[in-house]
Design a protein around this ligand. Structure first.
Ligand SMILES: C[S@@+](CC[C@H](N)C(=O)[O-])C[C@H]1O[C@@H](n2cnc3c(N)ncnc32)[C@H](O)[C@@H]1O
Length: 245
């Protein structure tokens, strides 16, 4: 049973083609020596970047034993055991300070990414670059970076299988500050008038409008609070939508 599960997940070995979301991350690590992929799951980024010679070595981590085991197996299949190690454990706690020049935390919610950074702030500060790809609540990630003296050096939007994903590149060494303004959309995306930004915002507006309708008749304090939050976000998104039209 276990072998069947592993074999099913290992299909496609030898033919590693990254999806656009993972590829934009992998392509940006060229020129660094070491990377750590936190919550790697399938170890695609470590394998792809080491195989292409973009980094010398990598650490693939995951809190769960299943993904860690699959990663080990896949790395063995590519004969990359000497250059990619797998560690099972929580967030940045399995890394030593300075061990990875690039730290990637992708494919998780923004709140989880923020909590991982918070619990492992010393390790995060020791990296040259963080590449963060929150699936939602990206403002929580930006706020944490601001408050802990990380600079956001770039942001991207990438279309992948009908969705638009946010990717944030950040580096330590700046001044800690309060954002004092909404961080729902990255400044870099607005500055470069990203070609996907108008569509990204319009999708967010549609989602929020649906949430508002669902919350209309709710009468708990929690729902009222959520409705107020959504209303404020809608005002913000509609304003930015005007600028980027
Ligand atoms: C949806 S997958 C994303 C995989 C990959 N990073 C990607 O972007 O495609 C999330 C992975 O993060 C792992 N994970 C969740 N919380 C974690 C934590 N605190 N520390 C390390 N890994 C975690 C899960 O076990 C899962 O394999």
């Amino acid at each position: 049973m276990r072998d069947t599960y592993i074999n099913a997940r290992l299909r496609g070995v030898g033919n590693l083609k990254l999806t656009p979301r993972l590829k934009i991350i992998a392509d940006s690590v060229k020129g660094f020596d070491t990377l750590a992929d936190i919550g790697s799951d399938h170890a695609y980024i470590p394998i792809y970047t080491v195989r292409n010679g973009w980094v010398k070595s990598a650490v693939a981590t995951d809190v769960n034993s299943g993904p860690a085991e699959i990663s080990r197996e896949r790395i063995r299949n590519y004969e990359l055991e000497s250059r990619i190690c797998v560690r099972q454990g929580n967030g940045l706690q399995v890394l030593n300070s300075g061990e990875a020049e690039v730290i990637i935390i992708a494919g998780m919610g923004g709140i989880l990414i923020r909590d991982i950074l918070d619990k492992g702030a010393k390790v995060a500060e020791s990296a040259k670059v963080l590449i963060l790809q929150p699936m939602r609540d990206s403002e929580k990630v930006r706020a944490w970076l601001f408050e802990h003296g990380f600079e956001i050096i770039d942001e991207e939007l990438v279309r992948d299988q009908g969705k638009i994903y946010e990717v944030i590149w950040s580096k330590p060494g700046g001044e800690a500050r309060d954002a004092k303004r909404p961080l729902f959309i990255g400044d870099r995306l607005i500055e470069k008038k990203h070609p996907l930004l108008a569509e990204f915002i319009s999708r967010r507006i549609n989602e929020l409008e649906k949430v508002m309708v669902a919350l209309e008749d709710a009468n708990s304090d929690k729902c009222r609070e959520r409705a107020e939050e959504c209303k404020a976000m809608l005002v913000y998104y509609r304003e930015v939508a005007e600028w980027v039209r």
